[in-house]
Each structure stands twice: as structure tokens, then as C-alpha cells.
Design a protein around this ligand. Structure first.
Ligand SMILES: NC(=O)c1ccc[n+]([C@@H]2O[C@H](COP(=O)([O-])OP(=O)(O)OC[C@H]3O[C@@H](n4cnc5c(N)ncnc54)[C@H](OP(=O)(O)O)[C@@H]3O)[C@@H](O)[C@H]2O)c1
Length: 239
């Protein structure tokens, strides 16, 4: 019996990369995982691998109506939520001069508005379980580089969301963790390499399972402590 056995988690971005690795690591520890993503055909194999009664929720987090429906469906399907992991995210590199308002809004909707609204909708269920919330952030949420103002500004905002939320909900026994990740092997990182015209060598990067191992460690830590922030980067600097 693990510390997390029989807990319920909601993981966004669960059909790919980091979210998928975290969902599977939680499931391996006995957690029932509610898997959230847009592409059902990519969610279903994760549910099969996870087992534990894990369920798929096809959701476009860029649409408020889909987020409200997700909250309503979760309220119907599970009695409480112990862990909420926000991993869904988008990135498109573009210079400040060329970025369109739509590009900025797209990043904002998926990277900030969606985790904000989803957390808000599920907070009563998380508080009831003295649950834990994990925001998958980026080193770009701490230091913004060139050609990433749309992405980096939303990840800075996500840090502020997590920090402010933590100040509010710690008193209810809820823990809030931000993960500031460097380059991690995933479809998103493959596309970043393509946009940068670099050769993609995933084996030289941090692996999604490395991130998942840190998440499991943080959420199983004794309740006398809280991990508020973790920065991780690849050991070898191949880029
Ligand atoms: N990989 C890195 O190097 C790196 C570094 C720092 C931070 N991060 C952060 O890590 C998180 C996960 O990224 P990843 O590397 O695992 O990328 P990934 O493999 O491309 O996964 C991105 C996930 O986001 C979901 N998603 C995107 N738009 C969505 C929408 N509108 N509605 C619902 N789901 C949506 C995707 O689901 P669908 O495909 O079904 O849309 C997919 O599951 C992101 O927040 C990213 O910013 C990644």
C-alpha cells in the first residue's frame, strides 16, 4: 500500500509528454487519475496503461465552456480531488515585432486562464481533501528569453497565480507546487527545436519521467513540510 493509494488526481495534458509521465507515475502508486486532453485517441492508451479506474475527459482548455463542462463532469464522477496537476500548455516562438494579438491570447488562454478557471472550479473539492495542486511551469516563468514573450509572459503569470493561491489555501491544508522546468524531451520540445532550426536529440534532455519522480516525491512528503518551487534542468547542456 503506497501513501497515495486510492487518492484521486486530475491531470491536464495527460495524453503527452510530461503530463502523461506524471499521470502514469501517480497511477503506478495506486491513484485513480482523471486524464484531461483534447485528443481522445491519445488519451485512451494512457488510461489503459494507467488502469486503477482512470477515466478520460476530452476537453479543449482553450474554451471556457469546455472547462465548465469538465468541472461539472468531475463533480458528478468523483467524490473528492486529492491532486490537481496542470501540465497542458502551448508554445510558439515568435519575435516581439511579429507576434499577433491572437498569438498572445492563445498562449494566455491555455497557459493561464485555463489553469486559473479549472483550479477555481475544483477548489472546494480539493480543500475538502486537503489536496495538492501542481503547476507545471518553465524556466521561462523565471527568466524570459528572446522570441518567447508570449510564452514567457504567461508562464510568469502562472507563477503569480500559484504564489497567490498558495498564500490563500495553505491555511486549509492545501499545498501548491510550481515546477520550473528546463528542456524536457517531449513533442513540445521537438517542435521548439524545429522552430529554432536545431537538431533534436531527446536522449540528451531531461526526461518526462525525471519530472514525474520529483512530483511523486513532493506530493508524498510529510505534511510537516511543503515544496513550493522546484527548478530542474538537463544535466548536460546540449543546446
Ligand atoms: N518540454 C519542455 O521542454 C518543457 C519545458 C518547460 C516547461 N514545459 C511545460 O510542460 C508542460 C507540458 O509540456 P510537454 O513538454 O509535455 O508538451 P506536450 O507533450 O506537447 O504536451 C502538451 C499537452 O498540452 C495539451 N494541450 C495543449 N493545448 C490544449 C488545449 N487547448 N486543451 C487541452 N489540452 C491542451 C496537449 O493535449 P492535446 O495534444 O490533446 O491538445 C498535450 O497533452 C507545458 O505546460 C509546458 O509549457 C515543457
Amino acid at each position: 500500500m503506497t501513501l497515495l493509494a486510492n487518492q484521486v488526481a486530475v491531470v491536464t495534458g495527460a495524453n503527452s509528454g510530461i503530463g502523461k509521465a506524471i499521470a502514469l507515475a501517480l497511477a503506478a502508486d495506486g491513484v485513480k487519475v482523471c486524464l484531461v486532453g483534447r485528443r481522445m485517441e491519445a488519451l485512451q492508451p494512457v488510461a489503459k496503461q494507467a488502469s486503477n479506474g482512470s477515466v478520460c475527459y476530452q476537453t479543449d482548455l482553450g474554451l471556457d465552456s469546455n472547462i465548465s463542462a469538465l468541472v461539472a463532469n468531475l463533480k458528478r464522477d468523483v467524490k473528492g480531488i486529492d491532486i490537481l496537476v496542470h501540465s497542458a500548455g502551448v508554445i510558439r516562438l515568435c519575435s516581439f515585432e511579429c507576434a499577433t494579438p491572437d498569438l498572445l491570447d492563445w498562449h494566455y488562454k491555455v497557459n493561464v486562464r485555463a489553469p486559473y478557471l479549472l483550479t477555481q472550479g475544483l477548489l472546494p473539492m480539493i480543500k475538502a481533501r486537503q489536496g495538492q495542486i501542481v503547476f507545471v511551469n518553465s524556466t521561462a516563468g523565471l527568466r524570459a528569453g528572446a522570441n518567447a514573450s508570449q510564452y514567457a509572459s504567461t508562464k510568469h503569470a502562472l507563477k503569480a497565480v500559484a504564489d497567490s493561491l498558495r498564500e490563500e489555501v495553505n491555511a486549509d491544508g492545501v499545498r501548491v507546487l510550481s515546477l520550473f522546468l528546463g528542456r524536457t524531451a517531449s513533442p513540445m520540445q521537438a517542435s521548439v527545436h524545429e522552430m529554432e532550426h536545431r537538431k533534436y536529440s531527446p536522449e540528451l534532455l531531461m526526461q518526462p519521467e525525471d519530472v514525474a519522480a520529483v512530483v511523486i516525491n513532493a506530493v508524498t512528503l510529510s505534511r510537516t513540510a511543503e515544496v513550493t518551487e522546484v527548478s530542474m534542468r538537463p544535466c548536460v547542456k546540449s543546446y
